[in-house]
Design a protein around this ligand. Structure first.
Ligand code: SF4
Length: 337
């Protein structure tokens, strides 16, 4: 049962908690959203690091990874235990060493720094993020202002903005579109972060087109297939669940969006790192618990939630599949060879 690992003995809080857990015991249905968990970009990025760690046996080269390879604490800890060294900045990597760029991508300035330092780079950027980078370069080369719709501070956003820093502006909300200091007839092209909520993004794009009639995008938007599919699947599950548990880390953009999708249609939802984060009050009255996981969450963590719920009472598992995914991305050529 989840507990406070720092407690030294049962106090009033623990007793209250124990009572709540006792009240949470009941028979339940768990409705699993499908697709859920790992996407093709995350699988590829993790495989890159695993392959390099395997090769280290013969090369003896340490494997540095700039930033979290994917936004999941369990994945990072697991790879760390196997020998990967995660760093926030390239200056923590010794000259000439091997470094992996994460699935979220990097700006040209980071690539240039790696080149100047003689680092051996293996790029695990998701191909769908790379596509957004090339769109940014294409639009900027046509002297258009690139309006990137995304979340400030997210690594993917920093990388995309870095492709055309003097031609790009970032907006997150409809309100920020109204504040843009650009002439109405400006040549504007918009791009989106790959892991946004589909509905909110549509609103921001509509506001942009409303204010700047010439604004155009690369097509519909850049929200990736995995983000879209997981949002549609959790929406179907949330419609029949009393509450939804989303397994994912707090810094995982697409996981946070899954929680928002549920709440938008009125179903309570909670983001949990793993089964240990479940609170009894979230599920005490729930006959039907929806369950999903963000694109960076390992599938065993979802199984761990079901196993834990089974300790509270009988569980019937049903799965709701809205799409079958068969996307795979080939590893980078440098790793294949
Ligand atoms: Fe690529 Fe989408 Fe997965 Fe991000 S969530 S790694 S963009 S497939």
């Amino acid at each position: 049962m989840p507990h406070d690992q720092h407690s030294t003995g049962p106090g009033a809080d623990e007793e209250a908690d124990a009572q709540k857990w006792a009240g949470a015991g009941r028979a339940r249905t768990v409705v699993l959203a499908s697709p859920r968990s790992f996407c093709a970009g995350v699988e590829r990025a993790i495989e890159v690091v695993e392959t390099l760690l395997d090769q280290r046996e013969s090369t003896g080269q340490p494997v540095y990874v700039r930033k979290q390879i994917v936004h999941n604490g369990h994945v990072v800890r697991d790879l760390e235990q196997r020998g990967a060294v995660f760093v926030d900045r390239l200056d923590a990597v010794p000259d000439g060493a091997l470094v992996v760029f994460s699935a979220h991508g990097v700006s040209p300035a980071v690539r240039a720094e790696a080149r100047d330092r003689g680092l051996r780079v293996v790029d695990a950027t998701c191909p769908l993020v790379t596509k957004v980078h090339s769109e940014a370069r294409r639009f900027a080369s046509r002297n258009e202002t690139v309006v990137l719709i995304g979340h400030a501070g997210h690594e993917e956003v920093e990388g995309t903005l870095g492709e055309a820093p003097r031609s790009s502006v970032l907006v997150e909300t409809v309100e920020q579109v109204a504040e843009l200091d650009l002439p109405e007839d400006a040549g504007i092209a918009y791009l989106t972060q790959t892991t946004l909520a589909a509905e909110e993004t549509r609103d921001v794009i509509a506001a942009l087109k409303d204010r700047f009639p010439r604004a155009h995008g690369p097509g519909a938007d850049d929200i990736c297939y995995a983000t879209t599919n997981r949002q549609l699947a959790v929406e179907a599950v949330a419609a029949e669940a009393d509450t939804v548990l989303v397994v994912g880390s707090a810094n995982s953009s697409n996981s946070v969006r899954l929680v928002e999708v549920c709440r938008r249609i009125g179903t309570p939802a909670h983001l949990i790192e793993d089964a240990g984060a479940i609170r009894p009050e979230w599920i005490a009255d729930a006959d039907t618990v929806g369950l999903t996981a963000g694109a960076s969450t390992p599938p065993p963590l979802v199984e761990g939630v079901i196993t834990f719920l089974r300790t509270l009472g009988p569980v019937t598992v049903a799965e709701r599949t809205t799409t079958i995914e068969d996307v795979r991305f080939a590893p980078p050529a440098t790793v294949r060879t």
